[in-house]
Design a protein around this ligand. Sequence first.
Ligand SMILES: [Cu+2]
Length: 165
Amino acid sequence: MKQSAVGGLRVLACMSALAFAGCPADNAASGGVDASTLPDAGVVSCTDDPLAEMYLPDMQKTGTHGVLKFALVQSEPGPPIKGNNTWTMKLTDLSGAPVTDATFKVKPFMPYHGHGTSVVPTVTPKGDSYEIGPLYLYMRGIWQVTLDAKTASKSDSAVFSFCVD
Ligand SMILES: [Cu+2]
């Protein structure tokens, strides 16, 4: 009884933007709460945020080290939603040849909130692409997904940033 009253107050506090700093950093860590029941923490729509990239299937970018190209072939669902997402990625070298022997580190992060997620996505090679999931983007706002790819001879990384609304 007492417990639930406290929980209710906490949710109310988290819905106020001013109190946001006091909200739990990672709701996923504190008991696997369903994303649809989480408070939106006073987040205003981020669609016009300068960090928000427009999602398009097969969006491509060269890694920050300039040695590998990253293609987000598809996000399922697409554009990425609040909740679980699965990404299909293709990796090529600069000549366009598929790179199929990479290992990945994948890190979803909310830059304005300073937190990631406790759910570690699995990367599964599928022919000339990789399936990455679940990407558990559990809160509305800007998410930056950093992909660090490493092969025997090359390493590179790319960041895809989306407004999850
Ligand atoms: Cu957040």
